[in-house]
Design a protein around this ligand. Structure first.
Ligand code: SAM
Length: 229
């Protein structure tokens, strides 16, 4: 296969920047340039990305709520020999983002699936956290309901390895409070705005981070990491 051509009937899982547009890979650009269609969770942010890199492509929206219907449509395209690039708003498809269902459906239909690896908040945060990277447990987002969060944190605190969580900024104070109660001795790292202008790592025990953050508005995107027991 010539390096510039894509293989017909392949679903490409294309990772895109989580902030810094310089993190796009050469291969991601090549695949986005050469594919027949780009499937995106929400077409707005990928649309901006394509425009930034001067790429004109048909974009299909791939919302969580129409993932089942869209999967059928995308599989039909793959079976006709089209190439589909799946992207999300940011980072790697399938990591706390849609992707899993279409990958399973594509494999079940006998289609090729090819990863085009690149940015991922979990990897960026973990590797710079200073916490052990040899064993870790990716949690993604905790449930929203208090009881379920507590049960889940109680389960997680028994696991070996660094815990890696995604959390929205407005729930960071709540999560720090829960960690202060349930895992008070653990070292925690807040990785904020990775790859962006105001990237920041805050480290300490949960209660120290509560104190350090209580008088400031917590803005931006966060990965929360917790040292193992
Ligand atoms: N698929 C993405 C990936 O590969 O990381 C994750 C998508 S998930 C819907 C979005 C969450 O990822 C955010 O709420 C935040 O926890 C984390 N995240 C994404 N970009 C980030 C960034 N630049 N800095 C810190 N966390 C980020």
């Amino acid at each position: 296969m010539a390096p510039s051509s894509l293989q017909p009937g392949t679903l490409y899982l294309v990772a895109t920047p989580i902030g810094n547009l310089e993190d796009i890979t050469l291969r991601a650009l090549r695949v986005l340039r050469a594919c027949d269609v780009v499937a995106a969770e929400d077409t707005r942010r990928p649309g901006q990305l394509l425009t930034h890199f001067n790429l004109r492509k048909p974009l299909l929206s791939y919302f969580r709520f129409n993932e089942a219907r869209r999967s059928e449509d995308l599989i039909a395209r793959l079976q006709r020999g089209e190439t589909v690039a799946l992207v999300t708003d940011a980072g790697s498809p399938g990591i706390s983002d849609p992707g899993e269902r279409i990958v399973r459906a594509a494999l079940a239909a006998g289609c090729r699936v090819e990863p085009v690896p690149g940015p991922c908040a979990l990897v960026a945060a973990l590797t710079a956290s200073g916490l052990p990277t040899d064993e870790f447990h990716f949690v993604g987002f905790l449930p929203h309901k208090s009881g379920q969060r507590r049960t889940e944190l109680e389960r997680l605190r028994g696991l070996p390895g660094t815990l890696v969580l995604y959390e929205s900024p407005h729930r960071i104070p709540r999560l720090l409070g829960e960690l202060a109660e349930l895992l008070p001795e653990r070292e925690v790292v807040l990785a904020r705005e990775l790859t962006k202008k105001f990237e920041e790592f805050l480290r300490g025990r949960p209660a120290e981070l509560v104190a350090a953050t209580q008088n400031r508005a917590l803005k931006g995107e966060f990965v929360v990491l917790v040292r193992s027991c």
